[in-house]
Design a protein around this ligand. Sequence first.
Ligand code: ADP
Length: 270
Amino acid sequence: MDTNKDRSKISDSKRIVIKIGTTSLTYDNGHVNLNRIGHLTRVICDLMNRGKEVILVTSGAIGIGVDKLKLSGRPATLSGKQAAAAVGQLMLMNIYERFFSEFSQTVAQVLLTKDVTDGAESRHNAINTFNELLAMGVVPIVNENDTVAVDEIKYGDNDYLSYIVAKLTDADLLIILSDIDGFYDKNPQQNKDAILLHTITDLSEEIEKNAGGSGTSLGTGGMLTKVHASRLAAASGIFAVIANGEKPEVIYDILDEKEVGTVFVPENKR
Ligand code: ADP
């Protein structure tokens, strides 16, 4: 695979936010994909050994709660979703804790709502907590606090949350892992001739028009929210890459500046 000059500063990234979506964490039948989580946690531990700082933004609480409660699908009501999230979040963290502890990696749970990162004082506290955890060599595992978040205090989707976390922590790189190789010029589920876009330098809202919704019942934001979050990250000086989480080892390729996924290149890194 070719290296790409637009990616030439990615390998310098020290602080990395990795976001993984529900479709990457679960099988089509709704059960947890332990193999995937195992690979992801191993790569993150290895990056920590390399001297990187990693923050994981994870979805999956509602999906895993739905599976654990043996519900037929995502609950329609807000209270139903919040109950499923309360059950699923605990199970999700329990699974991460088990995998990370195999490599003696300490993890922390950080649950955020939009009002926390909107308010000056609470934002300041959140930044300090992230910095403290990273200085202690801990991997913060972040999710929206779905159990209490209602519309007024919601980020809306975890892609946007991952951008907020990357910006808040002054990260160098945001990696959004999904069930698809990256951002195509049109929805590849509906267009066989769709072309994967490797490099995005136009950070205007215009580029979002080619991104569609999710292809699965458990996925929520689709490509639109990923492109939106990546664009905002790059506009804030943070490299953003959308890549396929099927093999979490793709993170090594990204850091080796190989032409995988779609990279959004910040102006100051060109
Ligand atoms: P995740 O659970 O990883 O967040 P989503 O299902 O929400 O994943 O979003 C990824 C999906 O977005 C893809 O599988 C695809 O069906 C859909 N999609 C829509 N438009 C595009 C596009 N232009 N390029 C790539 N994927 C697209």
